[in-house]
Design a protein around this ligand. Structure first.
Ligand code: AP5
Ligand code: MG
Length: 190
């Protein structure tokens, strides 16, 4: 099985690029953000707890998303691998993922990191806010907090994955097709 992490700040294009990767490599797309939004839409207790945090631009507790990922690994069948989008997002989550994979006798294939500057995060999210109506896209203060949370809690993962030789960064600026082509060239080498 292949295990890819699609990494990057909010609005970097993780969701946009996931479709082609899933199709080309027969993967299951696991976006913790999307899984949490489904819980919110279904009005589950977990969704109610997550809603308060997501709408402030904060992370949900590590054990919540770790549990979600493990459940999906246990239940999804008939794929050649998993594409993790928006997970892990803290060093504790990355360490948990190492443990979850080791317990299954699996290893991480690699991290595909889409990098864009903070100004571009604001531009892309402002654009999406007009189309999708995501609550955490609704105002610049929440987006600022998501960016701050990314720099404080998620950026340290770059060093974590560099240290184990799994970190691969590509330029996330440019057209959707240009970024897709860069990802395809990189994935061929992993
Ligand atoms: P999540 O849903 O993961 O949001 P995010 O990481 O902030 O990322 P986005 O989904 O906003 O951006 P994206 O990179 O997918 O970009 P997209 O392709 O849509 O998480 C939401 C929240 O859930 C978190 O804040 C947190 O509270 C919680 N959460 C989730 N995972 C968690 C975890 N592991 N631990 C704890 N909490 C967690 O693109 C953005 C826009 O740009 C779109 O409009 C798109 O059309 C456009 N676009 C994309 N590519 C291009 C391009 N090349 N050129 C021009 N426009 C482009
Ligand atoms: Mg997304």
């Amino acid at each position: 099985m292949k295990y890819y992490i699609l990494f990057g700040p909010p609005g970097a294009g993780k969701g946009t690029q996931a479709g082609a990767m899933v199709e080309n490599y027969h993967l299951c797309h696991l976006s913790t953000g999307e899984l949490l939004r489904s819980e919110i839409a279904a009005g589950t207790p977990l969704g109610l707890q997550a809603k308060q945090l997501i709408e402030k631009g904060c992370l949900v507790p590590d054990e919540v998303v770790e549990g979600m990922i493990e459940t999906q690994f246990d239940t999804v069948k008939g794929v050649e691998g998993f594409l993790l989008d928006g997970f892990p997002r803290t060093v504790a989550q990355a360490e948990a993922l190492e443990g979850i994979l080791a317990a299954r006798g699996e290893v991480l294939t690699g991290v595909v990191s889409l990098m864009i500057p903070d100004e571009m995060v604001h531009e892309r999210i402002a654009h999406r806010a007009q189309i999708e109506g995501r609550a955490d896209d609704a105002c610049p203060e929440i987006v600022d907090n998501r960016i701050r949370t990314y720099h404080e809690k998620t950026e340290p993962l770059i060093a974590f994955y560099r240290k184990i030789g799994k970190y691969h960064e590509i330029d996330g600026a440019g057209t959707v097709d240009e970024v897709r082509a860069r990802i395809a060239s990189l994935v061929e080498t992993l």
